[in-house]
Design a protein around this ligand. Structure first.
Ligand code: 2NL
Length: 344
């Protein structure tokens, strides 16, 4: 029996020596060490041996099993090692390759101007009040002293959704909304930036959808000089400390008196050039003292408080600032246009 075991060992080791694949190795493991293998069979037959022989043969059988197992494990380990090495080789990363560039976006030139204007007013203690683009007729017109039948609210000029609902034609509705929410509390210092809509045929200087920034200051004893000082400070921060302003009389239904605000031409400094059409001045704002009717409708007593309001078009500010000749460039998203502002 001892000889049979030795022969089995030799045979197994010889076969293992020749093994070509992990699958073959597994087959040999089952063949020699499995439950149906010759070793198990020999061990099972040990009952027939004498008491002296049994431990000796048992020892030999265990040695044979251990020898075969050890070669199988050694080969298995070598296969695993080979697999790991192959994977490392296959998945190696070349850290010297240049990276894939991820395209970087930039703030839209119009938004950049809006943010710049917002920052200036925030610095003067204003807060930002944003509101819905779909408005009621009441907030868009009525509360701003534009009663039904007023020529400025011609159906032809506004996008009506129903009798009482329309796309806002100005950002002003946020101002009566804010005043009503404050329930008579003072002061109010807000700016309202956002999109507005008018029924217009688009051309180089008109768009059916554009941007506005309006401001409102309301407190006791607010005077025209507060309007003038605030807007002068604003244009100095926007165009530089040498900027000057002048006020010309004008008309808006929601302010009385009303003014147009010109800023000294930031291209020629006021001496006259192509940009300011030789006048030395560029119109950038409309403004005025809030009409007493507007205050009353929003729950404020015009004998107790007063305020000024102003409005401007960021498209116009951006067109002048960057020399853009067609307002439609801001909305058509032509990358050749937009990319010119990436590094500004
Ligand atoms: C312009 C002129 C302006 C206002 C807007 C306003 C709002 C309230 C009361 C009084 Cl609630 N006024 N807004 C006042 C004057 C001018 O805008 O040229 N905008 C582009």
């Amino acid at each position: 029996m001892k000889e049979r075991l030795e022969a089995l060992k030799q045979e197994a080791l010889q076969e293992l020596e020749q093994v070509q694949s992990q699958q073959e190795l597994n087959e040999l493991r089952i063949k020699y060490l499995g439950k149906k293998g010759p070793l198990t069979e020999i061990l099972r037959g040990m009952g027939a041996l004498s008491a002296e022989e049994r431990p000796v043969i048992g020892q030999v059988a265990n040695d044979v099993r251990a020898a075969i197992e050890s070669v199988v494990e050694e080969k298995q380990a070598a296969y695993l090692q080979g697999e790991t090495e192959a994977r490392l080789r296959a998945e190696r990363i070349d850290v010297t390759l240049p990276g894939r560039p991820s395209p970087q976006g930039a703030v839209h030139p119009l938004n950049k101007v809006v943010q710049e204007i917002e920052d200036i007013f925030i610095g003067m203690g204003f807060t930002i009040a944003e509101g819905p683009e779909v408005e009621t007729d009441y907030y868009n017109f009525e509360a701003l002293n534009l009663p039904k039948g007023h020529p400025a609210r011609d159906m032809q000029d506004s996008f009506y959704i129903s009798e009482e609902i329309l796309l806002r034609t100005q950002t002003s509705p946020m101002q009566p909304r804010t005043m009503l929410a404050k329930k008579g509390e003072l002061p109010i210092k807000i700016i309202s930036p956002g999109k507005v809509y008018r029924r217009d045929d688009d051309d180089a200087t008109h768009s059916h959808q554009f941007t506005q920034i309006e401001g409102l200051v309301l407190d006791r004893n607010i005077r025209m000089s507060d309007l003038k000082g605030t807007l002068l400070q604003f244009v100095r921060e926007l165009y530089g400390q040498d900027a000057r302003i002048r006020l010309r009389p004008s008309f808006f239904p929601f302010t009385e008196p009303s003014v147009e605000v010109d800023v000294s031409c930031f291209l020629c400094g006021g001496s006259g050039c192509r940009l300011c059409k030789q006048s030395g001045w560029i119109e950038i704002l409309g403004a005025g003292m809030v009409h007493p009717r507007v205050l009353e409708m929003a729950g404020y007593d015009p004998n107790e408080c007063s305020g000024f309001a102003f409005g401007m078009g960021p498209e116009r500010v951006a067109m002048l600032k960057y020399g853009v000749e067609d307002i439609r460039h801001f909305y058509t998203n032509d990358l050749r246009f937009l990319k010119q502002f990436v590094h500004l």
